[in-house]
Design a protein around this ligand. Structure first.
Ligand code: ARG
Length: 460
């Protein structure tokens, strides 16, 4: 007998072309552990409904245990004519249990099954991704602690703006990643709704207990609307947003690394184990990890927009279009779990040229704001202070000198407010230390920030 789950009303088998199109087991087999777990929860519900005897339940649970082991070791594989993971699991249970294996689909449809499996799978993956993000955060925090007191140029518009602590610069990435982890945790609260019991779309005439099944599978609640339960893919789209946003953050870190590794910047030296060479140019050492990360982020965004396009205008409840919800999500999970350890290793093993960063920190008249703010402290209106400091920059540019090289007479000629004491703010270290309010780049504040970040990422 064919392993099809729906042969009864059909006079013949499916055309080869249909079977090939319809088949999903080559990708949805990764849901098998969850389909097995779900079948156990459902068997317990059937037992309480009096639809399985205690002895039957015992046999079913034994068979599920051995099946779970065989799935884990790879001893069990889908067969060529298994349509999907649900078909394959039922075929295995029939082989192990005989006709008893045919009782376990009672009250279930692949529509509530697949939605349940997929939620279980994604909730597990969200934890794996968060753990991989934590490794990257640790690597960034280690470097940030090392460089809390290292001055570097800070940019806006990719132009020198104001000096910053390089640890502050690195820590900004840890904050973005912390929000990504928060988002995955918030997502998980919403994803913790069990669709099991919704059946095809209307619930079941059998005395099932969706809330017991939900609790059994670690969900926080059962769905209140069976139609919504089988057709909702918000949890998938939202997961894909979380992963796309994370990808964008990783891409921006990657982009910074590409800049820093360039000869022009020369701020970072990559460890040989985390860089690649060229097949023609013997001297090359390329930041391929950073570039691949940047490239992958486009793919993660595409996976999100692709699913949204699939969902738009879809009639209710289940439609087979929804089978298209899985491969892109599996891809996003796989890509992130590839990228995150590589990035963490690259960051952990990087060495930074702090002398070079420090030398560059005051360039581009990056202390001009400090001159203006010194004038404000002397009672000058900021509007005027901005003009006066700007005139200093103009004079320096004209003469090819830097702000500290303006003589007392030069300063006095620009404005009577510019007494020689203004030189007290013309140091990079002073500029960093002065920005000492919460969120500022003063090394002492940065160290406190890093302690809080460390505590936050530890408890995540
Ligand atoms: N493979 C299907 C999917 O991924 C499972 C649900 C199939 N349901 C159905 N009525 N054909 O969506």
């Amino acid at each position: 007998r064919a392993t099809r789950l729906w042969g009864g009303r059909f006079a013949g088998g499916p055309a080869q072309a249909l079977a090939a199109l319809s088949r999903s087991v080559h990708f949805d087999w990764r849901l098998a552990p969850y389909d097995v777990a779900q079948t156990g929860a459902h068997a317990r519900v059937l037992r309480r409904a009096g639809l399985l005897s205690a002895e039957e339940l015992g046999q079913v649970l034994d068979a599920l245990r051995s099946l779970a082991d065989d799935v884990r070791t790879g001893a069990v594989q889908p067969a060529p004519d298994d349509e999907d993971v649900h078909t394959a699991v039922e075929r295995e249970l029939l082989a192990r249990l005989g006709p008893l294996g045919g009782k376990l689909r009672a009250g279930r449809s692949r529509n509530d099954q697949v939605a349940t499996d997929f939620r279980l799978y994604l909730r597990t993956q969200a934890r794996h991704i968060a753990a991989a993000v934590a490794e990257l955060q640790d690597a960034l925090l280690d470097q940030a602690e090392r460089h809390a007191g290292s001055p570097a140029p800070g940019f806006t518009h990719l132009q020198h703006a104001q000096p910053v602590s390089f640890g502050h610069e690195l820590a900004k990435h840890v904050h973005a990643l912390a929000r990504d982890v928060d988002r995955l945790q918030d997502w998980d609260d919403r994803a913790a709704t069990s669709p099991l019991g919704a059946g095809a779309l209307a619930g079941s005439s059998l005395p099932l207990d969706p809330e017991a099944a939900a609790a059994d599978l670690g969900f926080a609640r059962a769905a209140e609307n069976s139609i919504d339960a089988v057709s909702d893919r918000d949890f998938v789209a939202e997961f894909l947003f979380c992963t796309a946003m994370l990808g964008v953050h990783l891409s921006r870190l990657g982009e910074e690394y590409c800049l820093w590794a360039s000869t022009e910047f020369g701020w970072v030296r990559l460890d040989d184990a985390f860089a690649t060479g060229s097949s023609i140019m013997p001297q090359k050492k390329n930041p391929d990890i950073a570039e691949l990360v940047r490239g992958k982020s486009g793919r993660l965004i595409g996976n999100l927009t692709g699913l949204l396009a699939t969902l738009k205008g879809l009639p209710f409840a289940y439609n087979r279009d929804l089978q298209e919800d899985k491969e892109s999500v599996f891809d996003s999970v796989d890509q992130l779990l590839l990228v995150l350890p590589a990035l963490a290793g690259m960051v952990a093993t990087s060495t930074f040229d702090t002398d070079r960063m420090a030398a560059a920190a005051p360039l581009g008249f990056a202390l001009a704001t400090d001159v203006a703010e010194w004038l404000v402290r002397q009672g000058v209106a900021f509007r005027d202070a901005h003009e006066i400091s700007g005139a200093c920059v103009q004079e320096c540019e004209k003469r090819g000198i830097d702000l500290p090289e303006l003589s007392d007479a030069d300063l006095a000629a620009i404005s009577p407010h510019l007494t020689p004491e203004v030189r007290s703010v013309l140091s990079v270290q002073g500029a960093l230390d002065a920005r000492s309010a919460l969120g500022g780049t003063a090394p002492a504040r940065v160290r406190e920030q890093l302690e809080r970040l460390r505590a936050r990422t530890r408890t995540a």
